[in-house]
Design a protein around this ligand. Structure first.
Ligand SMILES: [Zn+2]
Length: 473
C-alpha cells in the first residue's frame, strides 16, 4: 500500500512537470518537405559520360519541350575510354569527360547530374563491372539518389547480354537501376538514408533524413546494332536468326520532329549534344552539322518497356499513367530456387544471373527478347562460355560434354567428362577457337550433356564473329 502511494505520488509529480514544461516550450515548426530542387520526373542511370547521346533526342524532347525535370547518374567517369583529341588518359580523361557530360546536358537544361566514380571496364561480362564498382557501395549511391530525386520514371541501359556494343558497364548500370527501383521504397534497405538526422542544423549527422520512394515506371535503352546510331551503320551485321528485338517492345519517338522551343530537329539537337564529347565521337556531331547531313542522328529513339506500377501500354508514352500521387512500396517476387530433376545443362556466368534476376524483379518478359542467347567475339580468338551441369539425382553421375561447332572452329574445352555428385552444380568453361579470318558472320554453337549414351540437356548459343569492334569477353 505504501509502495503504491509512493509510485502514485511520483507519477503525479512527473505529470505536473510535463504540463509545466509543455506550457513553456514553443510550438514546433511545420515539417520541412523534401528539397524540391532535386525532384525529377525522369532519372537516367547510365555508365559513361556520352551514354546519354544514344537517347539524346528523347532527352531533348522531354527536357526542352515537355518541361520534364530530368536528373542523370553516371556510374563511371569514363576513365577507361580512348581520347580522340589529346594525350590525357585514365583518371585525367575521366575528369575531362565529366565536364563534357555536364556541358552536353546543360544544353538541354539538365543540371542535376551525379558521377559515382566507378572505373570504366571495357568488356562484356556484367558481373565483372559490378565487382569492379563494388556492387553494394554503388547500389547504396543509386538508392540514395532515387530517394533524393524521387523520379516517376527510371530510364537505364537494358540489363541483358546482347550482341551490339554490349558494354558490361552499360549492363551493370541497368542492374543497379533495376535493383534501386525495387528497393528505394523499402525502409529496411539502406535504413541509415531514411532515418531522421538527430539535429539537422547541427554537425555530424550520420542518418540522412531522406524518405522512401517508389518509382512508377521503368524503361530500358540499348545500343545494340538495331539502333543504327551514329556509331555503326552496317546492316550486314544484323542477326539473320531473329527479328529486331526493339520492334513492339516499347515506345518509339521520331528524331526528325522539330523541337517547338528550339526550332531545330531533335536529330540536330542530338548532333549538338554529341559535339560536346570531343574526347569521344564528338567529331561525328561536328561533321554532321558542318555538312548538314544529320542522317546518322535521325534514327528513331526506341525504348524498351521494363515495367509499370501505374498501368499503361507497352508502346504507349513513357509518362502514360503517371500522376503526382506517390505510390506505396510495391515488393517484387524476389529469388525463389528453381526445383530441378535429373541431370541438366545450363548457361552459367552472366546468363545464369540474368535468368534469375529477371524473375526476381518481375521482368520475365526480358527473357523473351532474345529467346536464344547470343554473344560476340573476334576472329582468331578463344570464345569462353560458362556452362553449369546440375545433378539433382541421388547418385553420382559421369557426364560427357560434346560441342557442335561451325566448320573451321576448334574445340579447346579442357575436359570432356565431368564427375558430378548428387546435388552438385559443376561449373564448366567451354572454350572454342574461332577461325583466323573471314567475313563478319553469325553462327550457332550447341553443347550437349550425355549420361551413358543418353542426351540429358543441351544449350544453343548464337555467336556474332567479326574482325573488330567487339569488346573483350
Ligand atoms: Zn558507354
Amino acid at each position: 500500500m505504501i509502495r503504491f502511494a509512493r509510485a502514485s505520488a511520483a507519477a503525479l509529480t512527473l505529470f505536473i512537470c510535463m504540463q509545466v514544461a509543455g506550457a513553456e516550450l514553443p510550438k514546433a515548426p511545420p515539417l520541412l518537405p523534401p528539397d524540391s530542387r532535386y525532384k525529377a520526373d525522369l532519372l537516367l542511370v547510365v555508365a559513361h559520360p556520352d551514354d546519354d547521346v544514344v537517347i539524346g533526342g528523347y532527352l531533348a524532347r522531354i527536357a526542352l519541350d515537355e518541361r520534364k525535370r530530368v536528373a542523370v547518374i553516371y556510374c563511371t567517369s569514363g576513365d577507361g575510354g580512348g581520347n580522340a583529341v589529346g594525350y590525357e588518359a585514365g583518371a585525367s580523361l575521366g575528369q575531362m569527360r565529366i565536364i563534357e557530360a555536364r556541358k552536353a546536358l546543360a544544353s538541354f537544361g539538365i543540371e542535376n547530374v551525379w558521377f559515382l566514380g566507378g572505373h570504366d571496364n571495357p568488356g562484356q561480362n556484367v558481373l565483372w563491372s559490378l565487382d569492379s564498382w563494388n556492387h553494394g557501395r554503388a547500389l547504396d549511391e543509386v538508392v540514395r539518389l532515387v530517394r533524393l530525386t524521387r523520379p516517376e520514371v527510371i530510364l537505364t541501359w537494358m540489363p541483358n547480354y546482347v550482341v551490339g556494343e554490349n558494354h558490361d558497364d552499360h549492363q551493370a548500370a541497368g542492374v543497379l537501376a533495376t535493383e534501386a527501383f525495387d528497393m528505394a521504397g523499402d525502409p529496411t534497405k539502406f535504413p541509415e538514408q531514411v532515418s531522421a538526422p538527430r539535429n539537422r542544423v547541427g554537425m555530424m549527422n550520420r542518418t540522412e533524413g531522406l524518405h522512401v520512394w517508389q518509382p512508377k515506371k521503368l524503361y530500358y535503352a540499348t545500343d545494340a546494332f538495331e539502333d543504327f546510331g551514329p556509331y555503326w551503320h552496317d546492316k550486314d551485321q544484323l542477326s539473320p536468326f531473329r527479328k529486331n528485338f526493339l520492334d513492339g517492345n516499347g515506345p518509339t519517338y521520331p528524331n526528325t520532329t522539330v523541337s517547338p522551343s528550339r526550332h531545330k530537329s531533335y536529330a540536330l539537337l542530338m548532333a549538338e549534344q554529341q559535339r560536346y564529347y570531343l574526347t569521344q565521337e564528338g567529331d561525328i556531331g561536328i561533321d554532321a552539322i558542318e555538312k548538314n547531313d544529320l542522317s546518322g542522328f535521325e534514327y528513331p529513339m526506341r525504348l524498351i518497356f521494363g515495367k509499370s506500377l501505374v498501368g499503361g501500354s507497352v508502346t504507349g508514352d513513357v509518362f502514360e499513367g503517371v500522376t503526382a500521387t506517390p505510390l506505396p512500396f510495391t515488393p517484387v517476387p524476389g529469388y525463389h530456387p528453381k526445383p530441378r530433376t535429373g541431370v541438366s545443362l545450363e548457361l552459367g556466368g552472366p546468363w545464369a544471373f540474368y535468368r534469375e534476376f529477371w524473375k526476381a524483379h518481375d521482368l520475365e518478359h526480358l527473357s523473351e527478347l532474345l529467346p536464344v542467347p547470343e554473344v560476340s567475339t573476334r576472329f582468331g580468338n578463344v570464345l569462353n562460355i560458362p556452362l553449369i551441369l546440375h545433378n539433382a539425382t541421388s547418385t553420382a553421375e559421369e557426364v560427357k560434354l560434346t560441342e557442335e561447332l561451325p566448320s573451321g572452329w576448334t574445340d579447346k574445352t579442357q575436359y570432356a567428362v565431368y564427375p558430378v555428385k548428387p546435388g552438385e552444380s559443376y561449373p564448366i568453361l567451354a572454350m572454342s577457337l574461332t577461325p583466323e579470318t573471314g567475313n563478319a558472320q553469325w553462327r550457332e554453337i550447341t553443347w550437349k550433356a550425355e549420361v551413358g549414351n543418353r542426351v540429358v540437356g543441351s544449350v544453343t548459343m548464337r555467336v556474332f564473329v567479326s574482325k573488330e569492334g567487339v569488346l573483350p569477353q
